[in-house]
Design a protein around this ligand. Sequence first.
Ligand SMILES: [Zn+2]
Length: 130
Amino acid sequence: MDQTATRNEVIWRALRLRCPVCGVGRQFRGLTMRKQCPHCGFFFEREVGYFTNALIVNYTITCLPILFIIAPLAYLEVFSVRVLLTAGLLIAIALPILTFPHSKALWLAFDVLIRPPTAVEFDPHPHEPE
Ligand SMILES: [Zn+2]
């Protein structure tokens, strides 16, 4: 891992959907995550079932606007219940889909910050997967 990368840089790389280790290689091709970084060879799926915890990140991202926007508006009775339920439902359906790649990238970035990659997690000859 780039030892000079700060926490903010690693998170910024994730938000740009770049490799958290080198910051150059793209993690996704469309909505499909690559197996490894095409630049440094870092394997993104660090173990079997690795991205299951990305669901927690996705769920958190989805809940935040409901918790901090919809719920206060409901409490203040600014809009009707029907409008707020519709807005909440649209957020609950659309946001997980829209933030799917970023959820996985952020999960990977958090994990790389806590548990830096070892040499065995890199392909010595990175290539562009088909
Ligand atoms: Zn990389």
